[in-house]
Design a protein around this ligand. Structure first.
Ligand SMILES: [Zn+2]
Length: 64
């Protein structure tokens, strides 16, 4: 069975998404897949290309 909780909270994950993650420089991003809940997926999608800030780390959906 896959991950039982969202990467960012204790909610049940909705699906696995491809995300880009970076700290200061968006060009220096890491590409990975994370299991996230509906709420956190919506936050990342809403933030768009500038990314959703979680602490000092930014996330956006997609690898580009
Ligand atoms: Zn979540």
């Amino acid at each position: 069975m896959a991950t039982q909780r969202c990467e960012f909270c204790t909610a049940r994950p909705n699906r696995e998404v491809a995300v880009s993650r970076w700290r200061e420089d968006p060009d220096d991003r890491e590409r990975l897949t994370l299991w996230v809940c509906t709420k956190h997926l919506a936050r990342m999608q809403k933030a768009g290309t500038r990314g959703w800030a979680h602490g000092d780390v930014f996330y956006k959906t997609g690898f580009w």
